[in-house]
Design a protein around this ligand. Structure first.
Ligand code: BG6
Length: 484
């Protein structure tokens, strides 16, 4: 049973920064996969625009190489790849000057869906937005796509929002958080709002606490300079973890529409309590068995930037009052695990004699690897000898449950780009959401800067600093294992 692919309307997609890393690793390989699936119309066009003085053939060759390297394209795809490349054009452009804009204006059609992907430094967003208008390229229905980092604090995020809002309406702006495009993240909404089972239990009467973990094994690699100015809080918590928290905690929207969903997420962010300093643990990885330390990777021997963060948050509303949300994310950790675990409360009383163990139902939603969910339930241990209880997972790994269809799980970028073409903003962040997230994050960062907080070191390849374990131990809880 193959999944149904609904072709999108024809479009012109201009990728500013078309020769950059994101375009070569994610955007264009993603578009190629949509092409292979039959979703991309034969007359749709992709126009790479960047500073390099390439010609069309040179650009096509560059993208062909990128797709072969990053796109998982097989040899058998060669004919399709050649066809896909025919839909690809290139034009050199100067974002800060006038060169190249007339040529671009001559290339972009005004009577089809127009999307402009700003895969460039945020400092160029305003220039691009302005020139798209002054050269009469953009229309009232064009869409622009922007990437994180969307500011580094509330003030810069507001300035960025304004630089876009001066030229485009909010309904035209698509701010990508690629976590929202992940299959399991969307499944989280399907599970919550498509089943009768969970909603009655989804509150402080039944939920003991929630853990959100995004652990990576990679270090900061070649992105040291960017990362050292950001740290885990700006790079991961303010956006990806915050979005996961919103989807887990939000009230049911009246329908699965862009503003309905985003209104509910915004309410969660605004209801977040300020986090006290003793509920935040910052860490920085030290050299481990198989790699260097953070300071070496970031080429900053005196860096105090965190590559790990764990924190305990609270949401001030009726549903969640008193329920801790523990967030943790880090680089160079023991294993690559992203999951959300909803840990339900203990039974108040056990009817089984001699059963002193704490049995808990846990719903774990695994984003990666092995996308899927498992629900820990308590059952009788098989065999004679009375009622001994054990906890077992009811495991649903999508790859097993869905068979061939699991192979059709689209990558986050592919899905999100197609949503842009379809004009569906549900999985994109609205400007006010981004600002609210910074408004919550800013005082925490300012707090540790004012205290000259020094991150705790942790060994590369470990589960993070000891203090992160203590954060939960103090509350009589423990982190879930980082097992794959
Ligand atoms: C990016 C961060 O947004 O997300 C990276 O900037 C991080 O630092 C990445 O590695 C993680 O994404 P994924 O999809 O691999 O979990």
């Amino acid at each position: 049973m193959a999944s149904r692919v609904i072709p999108v309307e024809t479009f012109d997609l201009v990728i500013f920064g078309g020769t950059g890393d994101l375009a070569r690793r994610k955007i264009l390989p993603g578009l190629f996969r949509r092409f292979l699936s039959g979703q991309m119309p034969a007359d749709a066009r992709i126009i790479g625009a960047a500073r390099s003085d390439l010609d069309q053939a040179g650009y096509r060759q560059m993208i062909k190489d990128a797709i072969l390297e990053f796109g998982g394209a097989e040899k058998e795809d060669a004919v399709c790849l050649a066809k896909f490349l025919e839909q690809l054009n290139y034009t050199p452009i100067d974002a800060k000057g006038e060169a190249g804009w007339k040529a671009l204006a001559g290339m972009v059609r005004r009577d089809v869906v127009q999307a402009f992907y700003f895969s460039v430094a945020p400092s160029l967003f305003g220039d691009l937005a302005a020139r798209l208008h002054s050269h009469n390229i953009a229309t009232e229905t064009s869409r622009i796509v922007v990437e994180k980092p969307f500011g580094r604090d509330l003030e810069t995020a507001k300035a960025l929002n304004k630089s876009l809002a001066d030229h485009f309406d909010e309904s035209q702006i698509y701010r990508i958080d690629h976590y929202l495009g992940k299959e399991t993240v969307q499944n989280l909404m399907a599970v919550r709002f498509g089943n009768v089972l969970f909603e009655p239990l989804w509150n402080n009467h039944y939920v003991d606490h929630i853990q959100i973990t995004v652990a990576e094994t990679v270090g900061v690699g070649g992105r040291g300079a960017y990362y050292d100015r950001s740290g885990a809080m700006r790079d991961m918590v303010q956006n990806h973890l915050m979005q996961l928290l919103c989807l887990i905690a939000m009230e049911p929207p009246s329908q699965f529409g862009a503003d309905e969903v985003r209104d509910e997420k915004l309410k969660v962010i605004r209801a977040l309590q300020n986090v006290e300093s003793h509920h935040i643990v910052r860490g920085q990885y030290d050299a481990g068995k198989d790699g260097d330390g953070y300071r070496h990777d970031a080429e900053n021997p005196r860096s105090f930037t965190e590559s790990f963060i764990a924190m305990r948050c609270h949401i001030n509303n009726w549903r969640w009052a008193g329920v801790p949300f523990y967030l943790r994310t880090g680089k160079r950790m023991k294993s690559r695990v992203s999951e959300i675990a909803v840990v339900f409360k203990d039974l108040g009383h056990s009817i089984f004699e001699g059963d002193e163990k704490r049995h808990r139902n846990i719903l774990a939603i695994r984003l990666q690897p092995n996308e899927g969910m498992d629900l820990q339930v308590t059952i009788k241990e098989p065999g004679p000898g009375g009622m001994r209880l054990i906890d077992v997972p009811l495991d649903m790994t999508f790859a097993e449950a869905l068979g061939d269809d699991a192979e059709d799980v689209t990558d986050a970028y592919e899905r999100l780009i197609m949503d842009v073409i379809r004009g569906n903003q549900t999985l994109f962040m609205r400007g006010d959401e981004v600002e609210a997230a910074w408004a919550w994050t800013d005082p925490l960062i300012q707090g540790w800067e004012a205290r000259n907080d020094v991150p705790k070191t942790y060994e590369a390849g470990s589960t993070g600093p000891e203090d992160a374990q203590m954060l939960l131990h103090r509350d009589g809880r423990r982190w879930r294992d980082l097992k794959v």
